[in-house]
Design a protein around this ligand. Sequence first.
Ligand SMILES: Cc1ncc(COP(=O)(O)O)c(C=O)c1O
Length: 384
Amino acid sequence: MTQAFKTRIEAALNARKDQALFRTVHAFDSVKQSQISIDGRSYINFSSNDYLGLASSDELKIAYQDSVTKYGIGSGASPLVTGHSTPHRSLESQLCEWLGYSRALLFGSGFSANQAVLFTLLEKGDLLLQDRLNHASLIEAGHLGPANMRRFKHNDMEDLSRYLNGSQNTLVATESVFSMDGDIAPIDALLEHCRASQSWSMIDDAHGIGVLGEDGRGARSLSEHRPDILVITFGKAFGLNGAAVLCGDDIADYLTQFARHYIYSTAMSPAHASALSKAASMIQTQHWRREKLFDLSEQLHNKVSDLHCLVETKTPIKPWLCGESNNAIDLSNALKEQGIWTTAIRPPTVPKNSARLRITLSAAHHESDIDTLSYSLMRSMEAL
Ligand SMILES: Cc1ncc(COP(=O)(O)O)c(C=O)c1O
């Protein structure tokens, strides 16, 4: 490595350490429902996005294994070459029917799906309006892409409407459920603004799909209007990974021709697509998973309401605001001592001075897990 690279990297790493922002990766040894084992010690996992508890479901494992037996392990190619199989096709049809679109395109991740849409659809001279707190994949695509980007105030439709002048081709993008705050965007009002100003609308439903609405339709349950582009990801409520872009025929055809993340990337395996189809059916029929999440959420709010640190949300994402990064790390470590895994989320993932524990609930949790979490939070807050 040249000295200049070395110096730059060392300086950046030291700065992260000095500001209590240094990240490390932990490998888990095993997972069983709400329990996760890391470095030989067992914890209750309150950091996963496996909201419905599907990631370790036996039904899903069997669907995956059966499909591996039939189709093998890998897809072997990108979708336009020979990577697209009948399980991929059935998954797409199932998602279209469920969510009310004519087409779905599958991607390896939500990050690439978001970037593919923004990079491909927008051109120089277009206007991209994004909620200030949108996910890094969207904001980064906006910074790197050719369109003029403006970030409107979080969930503020008045601020959004200031930018909607109808004189440019405009795309408005928001998350449905905000990943770090757990609050819900005013989807109905936003889609109404888009309709009135003839702007395209794009909803990233990563944290809404499977969780919101009676049969888990996520953002689609929040409004009569349909966004032009709906991105759903499979790494959260579906319990797997990957993503889909749902849209009309014209956009789907356009992305198929020009979206580089789609064209030049190996398709997910057929077995993965089969398991996702099974997960989509389970999400729609196993209502008890959402009901349980709601009950656990109520239980947690009731138990810790006196501490005033937990933000009350209608989703399984429960931010516990700590302010300084060091406070979040100390609380996270204190909880680990008591057998609870909650990751400290710090800038730049969240704005400055808003470090937090991002506590997430799952249908895999037991009531006793919530009791343990509440008790440990109270104990740790007293001790710190
Ligand atoms: C709102 C949102 N969009 C997109 C993504 C990216 O999805 P994936 O993990 O499938 O790349 C995430 C992931 O954390 C997310 O929270």
